[in-house]
Design a protein around this ligand. Structure first.
Ligand code: MN
Ligand code: MN
Length: 472
């Protein structure tokens, strides 16, 4: 055939890379499941608003589904570990020899928020206030003039522990950071750069305004709040020193849009992937390889500390699994298992924002509704500080997802010189295992109300399930 007579369409269908809107590919029967999954996910988000609460919720679900404490008696195939109530893991032993390696999905369950300072309470102009120190990458202007709930734990002088969860039930008080009225904000806020307009020290929480009845007392508002806290909870001011109290948005997860196709909520980075991996591991009955869902803390502040990806928690899990599998316990065996393992770094991706399209390079940006995202690498400024998955591993995951009709997209975060961010992938990659970032795209990431598409959430779950060896 002369060249001029060739038709483009059939060739384009074969040769060109085309994104596919997941809704178009999803059969009606699956759409129902997808919406149901989103309902259960929303309920998880409402209960798991801090890392400690996420551990409690994952644990509750796992126990109901037959997972057993590694330290408990009896033979086990479905197992869990909890580390300091702030991070945890679930595992199922596979059919293959354990030394052949595991299939790991790692997510994080901490989210940006305002933490109370250790000595937080003071009064100013007969108003009781609490000082905060924000946690993770927040845009400070998003956290003022909005209802906040107070969640966390306080360990009293005698060692007893008090768990607080205030601002979630009808009738509970909420807390808030007041913002300056626009009538007077011209010089101190409006003319400044956005990031400098509200200083960290000004994120103070309104905590009360009734004075202690004795008019001769000093700091009567503060004293009245302390009196209330003692009366209600047996607390004294020193107890704040040994506390972890977090202020988080008081609202619940909601459906967004006329068609209810989206979920809006606080903390979807990264409890979306955490929940999807929980549901995925539970759904796999008899995996080939041993499988693990890891739920880590402190990702948002650089994965430092004893509940983070750098805590060596995973190595202790491997030791336990070696023992359960009847293998020899040695450092070499631990390293061999980790080296031979394959993993997904389950974290959300930044979706292309319709209002700010120019920070993205559209050909390589994640899009809402186009399914689960793979990111070969993350990092910033020339792939700096990122784990870059190999072409071979990308090919393996790509084939797996294609073979199972998972709707997926490949994405990188923003234009090359625009900014960036890291994930957990590099910490697990340091063991030598193959790992790639894989999660749902989010709009408004790190804001009090992040938005994800139900179809992307569901495709994320399906992707994790087939990765762990589950049948769709
Ligand atoms: Mn994340
Ligand atoms: Mn994050």
């Amino acid at each position: 055939m002369p060249n001029g007579k060739r038709k483009a369409k059939p060739l384009e269908d074969i040769l060109k890379l085309k994104g596919k809107l997941a809704w178009d590919r999803m059969p009606e029967s699956l759409r129902k499941e997808c919406f149901l999954f989103a309902e259960e996910y929303k309920s998880f988000l409402d209960h798991a608003k801090t890392e400690r609460e996420a551990v409690d919720e994952v644990l509750k679900y796992a126990r109901e589904r037959g997972f057993r404490d590694i330290t408990g008696p009896g033979r086990k195939r479905r197992i869990y570990w909890v580390n300091k109530n702030k991070n945890m893991a679930l595992a199922i032993l596979g059919k293959r020899p354990f030394l052949e390696g595991m299939r790991i999905i790692v997510s994080h369950i901490d989210s940006p928020r305002l933490d109370l300072k250790q000595n937080p309470l003071y009064e100013e102009l007969e108003i009781g206030l609490l000082r905060t120190h924000y946690y993770g990458g927040i845009k400070k202007y998003q956290w003022v003039a909005t209802p906040l709930a107070l969640h966390g734990t306080m360990v009293k002088r005698d060692g007893t522990q008090l768990t607080l969860r205030l601002g979630e039930e009808p009738g509970d008080p909420v807390f808030t950071v007041c913002d300056l009225m626009p009538h007077l904000s011209r010089r101190v806020q409006d003319e400044k750069k956005l990031r400098e307009a509200i200083q960290g020290e000004k994120l103070t929480i309104l905590a009360g305004s009734i004075p202690f009845p004795d008019e001769d007392a000093k700091e009567r508002i503060k004293l009245n709040i302390l009196d209330f806290l003692y009366d209600q909870y047996g607390l004294v001011e020193e107890d704040f020193l040994s506390a972890e109290l977090e202020l988080i948005p008081a609202h619940q997860a909601r459906e967004v849009g006329f068609d209810k196709s989206l979920v809006g909520a606080y903390g979807q980075d990264d409890r979306l992937c955490a929940y999807a991996s929980l549901r995925a591991i539970d759904s796999v009955k008899a995996p080939e390889y041993s499988i693990i869902a890891l739920f880590l803390d402190k990702e948002e502040i650089g994965s430092e500390g004893n509940t983070s990806a750098k805590s060596k928690f995973l190595e202790w899990i491997v030791v336990d699994l070696l023992r359960l599998s009847g293998e020899e316990l040695s450092d070499m065996a631990v390293r061999q298992v980790l080296f031979r393992s394959k993993a997904l770094s389950a974290d959300v991706d930044g979706a292309m924002d319709p209002n700010y399209q120019d920070v993205h390079e559209k050909q390589n940006a994640a899009k809402i509704g186009y399914g689960v995202c793979l990111s070969k690498f993350t990092g910033s400024g020339g792939k700096y500080a990122s784990s870059d998955a190999s072409a071979e591993y990308v090919a393996e995951i790509r084939k797996l997802f294609n073979d199972h009709q998972i709707t997926w997209q490949m994405a990188e975060l923003g234009k090359v010189d625009e900014g960036g961010g890291g994930t957990l992938a590099k910490y697990l990659a340091s063991y030598g295992m193959d790992i790639i970032d894989c999660g749902a795209p989010l709009l408004g990431m790190h804001s009090p109300f992040e938005v994800a598409s139900k179809v992307d959430i569901y495709e994320t779950f399906r992707a994790y399930k087939v990765f762990l060896g589950g049948k769709l």
